[in-house]
Design a protein around this ligand. Structure first.
Ligand code: BES
Ligand code: MN
Ligand code: ZN
Length: 498
């Protein structure tokens, strides 16, 4: 699908479809007003007749409006003009995209980016328009035997800007949006693939495929023998019960001089989490194929970064394993030695994410990172604490956490911080090892963060718990591609201005 940026009046558009916004109490957006005047007031007639109210979610298609060349007008409800927010903007963009798909329209011209939005410039609105459109139109068909026909899908969307001088920065913003959307779609695709296809080996292959396509990317894949040599006893304890060998994948992007200290992203890549010997109950266990969504977000973010050619040095690390209860599996009470030398008593084999992450977090010390961010579907407790809207954020550095929270707000992919206070640390006390891998029922997300914090003392670090945000359950079951938008926003903010 192609996106274009243009400046032109709506009543002149010779196209299959023009999209304009309608606010509550029959308030027409600027573009809607012009159309209304050009076609003899049919839009105001429809609104005063009560056929559409302008609530968000309302949508109405007018066919062959008089006196103007376009074949259709789609009126998109935008809610109250006073309360028009980032969230509503993204929603109405998504709604209009879904309407285009429903009607089987191939090309359309949208005036929604012209709607005034507090504190947001045209670049932001265009970037978000692209991301929200691609997000709304995403489908996953790799594992269906009959694919839907692509004949009737949207091929081109023209995004209109009111001022001519906005079109140059607008084009750049659209390119950024396309790159971010591609990263987010990749994260969704990987997340949605089932555990029998998406294995640690498969993730390694996908990282290799990315590196082949982009010459600034380098990949390396570590196998279990090498991990053994480095003493990664915690990571290896997770894959012991599985026929699938663990992989530690490094995907490095060099868009800045060698001397630049890298930002390191570390993703939890459990390609299926049965819980191991501490096995999970059967209901919804299929959703544990999504336990590699942290890893998927790392690959998606590296891809977006490479496509945008950001002038930064980025290292993506994926700690990947399958958590199974095979005959060699780790048992509750087993004690392992981590790469850091610290020992861990594994009281619950279902708390495996922190075990693969802790060795990866020790491993990344060698990159002398400027910051390390790990991304993990780490705790069910995070869903209890925060629900499905923000990701959980824990950090040992205030500047880093503030920067990430801001990136979350600006990308619409929000995070919310939880405390990482010392008071919680003793919940991890063990009678037999340096620490236990679980901290009891209370504050499960925080004690998981406390566990990781013991391996991240040498650098500025933040942890994103995406258990509640990485996928949807129920009828809409599927990966969200989060937190790719947050991460890429953070990286864009870190890049020196060109
Ligand atoms: N992958 C799960 C966390 C999870 C569960 C995410 C459900 C999303 C939905 C993780 O490996 C896990 O099993 N965590 C345990 C930790 C506990 C044993 C301390 C949990 O949350 O129950
Ligand atoms: Mn688990
Ligand atoms: Zn898990």
């Amino acid at each position: 699908m192609k996106f274009k940026v243009k400046t032109a009046a709506p009543e002149t558009q010779d196209t299959a479809c023009v999209i304009v916004g309608i606010f509550l109490s029959n308030r027409l957006s600027a573009a809607a007003k012009r159309l209304d005047q050009a076609c003899g007031g049919i839009i105001s007639d429809i609104l005063s007749g009560g056929d559409m109210g302008g609530e968000t979610g309302d949508i109405l298609t007018l066919y062959k409006p008089p006196n103007i060349p376009c074949q259709r007008i789609i009126l998109v409800g935008c809610g109250s003009q006073r309360k028009f927010t980032d969230l509503t903007y993204r929603k109405i963009i998504g709604n209009s995209a879904k309407q285009l798909r429903k009607l089987g329209i191939k090309e359309a011209v949208s005036y929604l980016p012209e709607l005034p939005l507090k504190d947001r410039d045209i670049a932001w609105k265009l970037r978000q328009a692209v991301i929200s459109t691609v997000d709304a139109l995403y489908t996953f068909e790799q594992t269906k035997s009959k694919k839907k026909s692509p004949r009737k899908s949207l091929e081109q969307l023209v995004l209109m800007v009111a001022r001519k001088q906005d079109s140059a920065p607008g084009k750049q913003a659209v390119n950024e949006g396309v790159a971010i959307a591609a990263g987010q779609s990749l994260a969704k695709d990987l997340g949605n693939l089932p555990g029998n296809l998406c294995t640690p080996g498969y993730l390694a292959e996908q990282a290799g495929a990315l590196a082949k396509k982009h010459h600034k990317l380098r990949v390396s894949v570590m196998d279990e023998d090498e991990m053994q040599k480095l003493g990664m006893g915690a990571l290896l304890s997770v894959s012991r019960g599985s026929a699938q060998p663990a992989k530690l994948i490094t995907l490095e992007y060099k868009g800045a001089p060698k001397t630049a200290k890298p930002i390191v992203l570390v993703g939890k890549g459990i390609t299926f989490d049965t819980g191991g010997i501490s096995m999970k109950p059967a209901p919804a266990m299929d959703e544990m194929k999504f336990d590699m969504c942290g890893a998927a977000s790392v690959l998606g973010t590296v891809l977006a970064c490479a496509r945008m050619k950001l002038p930064i040095h980025l290292v993506g690390i994926i700690a990947s394993a399958e958590n199974m209860p095979g005959s060699r599996a780790t048992k509750p009470g087993d004690i392992v030695t981590t790469m850091s030398g610290k020992t861990v008593e594994i009281l619950n084999t279902d708390a495996e994410g922190r075990l693969v992450l802790c060795d990866a977090l020790t491993y990344v010390e060698r990159f002398k990172p400027s910051a390390v961010i790990d991304i993990a579907t780490l705790t069910g407790a995070c869903i209890i604490a925060l629900g499905h809207h923000p990701s959980g954020l824990l950090s040992n550095d205030e500047t880093l956490s503030k920067t990430l929270l801001t990136a979350g707000k600006n990308s619409g992919d929000q995070a919310w911080q939880l405390p990482l206070w010392d008071e919680y640390q003793n919940q991890l006390d063990s009678n037999f090892a340096d620490m236990a891998n679980i901290g009891g029922r209370s504050a499960g997300t925080i004690t998981a963060g406390c566990f990781l914090s013991r391996f991240t003392k040498k650098y500025d670090w933040a942890h994103l718990d995406i258990a509640g945000t990485a996928w949807h359950s129920g009828k809409q079951k599927g990966a969200t591609g989060r937190p790719v938008p947050l991460l890429i926003q953070y990286l864009m903010d870190q890049a020196p201005r060109s």
